[in-house]
Write a protein that binds this ligand. Structure first.
Ligand SMILES: Cc1cc2nc3c(=O)[nH]c(=O)nc-3n(C[C@H](O)[C@H](O)[C@H](O)COP(=O)(O)OP(=O)(O)OC[C@H]3O[C@@H](n4cnc5c(N)ncnc54)[C@H](O)[C@@H]3O)c2cc1C
Ligand code: HEM
Length: 412
């Protein structure tokens, strides 16, 4: 990119910031009108909620603001490219997306989008696309090259289906031919592709691997997602309900090799794992890994759930912390009944807050990992702020289009 083009891109950040979400909404509208096949890889619920538009706008603005310091973008590019790789985004998609993005900028900014501005943004997009295509190529090569690896989506057979709670069921998956499965890091996810009967398009969803890599089986644990009460049941979560209702032991599902950059950092620092609801899936995998491999690291496993009937992996959590010489679990229930057993089912009542956590936190600097629904994520961020936990010590995964690119940028 020319220095003059970079200067134009940086100068137009405020205008794009003001109109960022409108631009991305216009972008998606024309993109899907002219390329309906792309509806097989984009999630309509993320379009409906606006989450994907916000995430795309935030990432493009972060990129534009840092166009002179691309090394600052490491975390963001890695998060996006792992997600893209799990969806099989290909180099030939990039010119299509770039064309619609520039057209959307022109439509929304009108005459303010001069030929110089469009030319500079075209060059900026091309530069980012080149970085992403390179990173994705590397992920595809690694996925295919590792022992047991494959490219694209391959069938895995459901060996066991285990009910973990009223809403969460685990699927234990293996290769139909008995081949070993590729290894993965604790915190990574498996993308699953399905074409649900009567749905107009096939869809892909990511599920965190909830059991450590063992070379033979993968475990994913899926929450059945229902629409809010005032919305018709026809809008219940498409793939999670399909997996719960239609996929049985002995059936196969299509899966991608594991991806994801929300992974446990090795080292000797204490680890604090905070999860809300189904966000327990990467956390339980990390806890297993620490129990098996890092008995010298202090571990605090904090889990918040609404009530006993929604509490998954209760016994597994208790056994893991018992085996680890320096681990402790703290379980918060929002609603407690007389049948719930303090110290066995749960440890604290209500929601996670700084005052309840403080007495249990390691004294020395620690790594904090957190994952859960959007309300839980913002509550934990406030708690970590109140506890003065530096941004550089925080790692998070959202089970939705990532709202946290601002945090990522600050960390970088
Ligand atoms: C990295 C990552 C890891 C993940 N790990 C896990 C995991 O371990 N376990 C897990 O269970 N999930 C996990 N998820 C979430 C998972 O990928 C899916 O998003 C989830 O299963 C919902 O998909 P779905 O197809 O069932 O719902 P979708 O069809 O995508 O719908 C999503 C939500 O929107 C609601 N909805 C749909 N249409 C409307 C409408 N018109 N109005 C109002 N509401 C509507 C649905 O009821 C549902 O609650 C993860 C996500 C990511 C990104
Ligand atoms: C430079 C160009 C691009 C940028 C900056 C970009 C940015 C993003 C971001 C920020 C996300 C959300 C990631 C997350 O939440 O974890 C995302 C997801 C996604 N991207 Fe891209 N992307 C680009 C190009 C593409 C291309 C070329 C395609 C292929 C058509 C594509 C398809 C997708 C899909 C399908 C998702 C998931 C959407 C969903 O959940 O519905 N992207 N991208």
């Amino acid at each position: 990119m020319l220095a003059q083009q970079k200067a134009i891109v940086q100068a137009t950040v405020p205008a794009l910031q003001q109109h960022g979400e409108t631009i991305t909404k216009v972008f998606y509208q024309t993109l899907f009108e002219e390329n309906p096949a792309l509806l097989n890889i984009f999630n309509p619920a993320n379009q409906q909620s606006g989450g994907q538009s916000r995430s795309l706008a935030a990432s493009i603005l972060a990129y534009a603001a840092n166009i002179d310091r691309l090394d600052q973008l490491g975390g963001m590019v890695s998060r996006i490219t792992h997600k893209h790789a799990s969806l099989e985004v290909q180099p030939e998609h990039y010119p299509i997306v770039g064309d619609h993005l520039l057209r959307a900028i022109r439509t929304v900014l009108g005459e303010a989008a001069t030929p110089e501005i469009l030319d500079a943004w075209g060059a900026a997009y091309q530069q980012l696309a080149t970085i992403m295509i390179g990173a994705e190529k590397q992920l595809y090569t690694e996925g295919g090259a590792q022992p047991g690896g494959w490219s694209g989506f391959q069938p895995l057979v459901v060996e066991r289906k285990v009910v973990e709670s009223e809403t969460i069921t685990s699927f234990h998956l293996a290769s139909p031919s008995g081949q070993p499965l590729p290894s993965f890091l604790p915190g990574q996810y498996l993308a699953v592709k399905a074409h649900v009967a009567d749905a107009p398009f096939q869809q892909i969803r990511q599920y965190s691997l909830s059991q450590v890599s063992n070379g033979k089986t993968y475990r994913i644990s899926v929450k059945r997602e229902t629409a809010p009460l005032h919305i018709a049941a026809a809008n219940n979560g498409l793939i999670s309900n399909h997996l719960h209702a239609d996929v049985h032991e002995g059936d196969t599902i299509l899966a991608h090799v594991p991806q994801g950059d929300f992974v446990l950092r090795e080292g000797s620092r204490p680890v604090v794992l905070l999860s809300g609801g189904v966000g327990i899936t990467p956390a339980i995998c990390m806890l297993q890994h620490l129990t098996l491999n890092s008995t010298d690291r202090r571990v605090l496993f904090v889990h918040a759930t609404t009530q006993r009937s929604h509490h998954s992996f209760r016994d597994e959590t208790r056994s893991l912390v018992e085996v680890h010489p320096d681990a402790r679990a703290l379980v918060f229930y929002e609603k407690v009944t007389a049948a719930d057993n303090l110290g066995h089912d749960y440890d604290l009542t209500g929601r996670i807050d700084a005052a309840s956590l403080r007495p249990y936190l390691p004294q020395e600097p620690a790594d904090f990992y957190y994952c859960g629904p959007p309300g839980f994520m913002s509550a934990v961020e406030s708690v970590l702020d109140a506890l003065n936990i530096p941004l550089a010590d925080r790692y998070s995964e959202a089970f939705a289009p990532d709202p946290s690119f601002a945090t990522e940028m600050a960390r970088a």
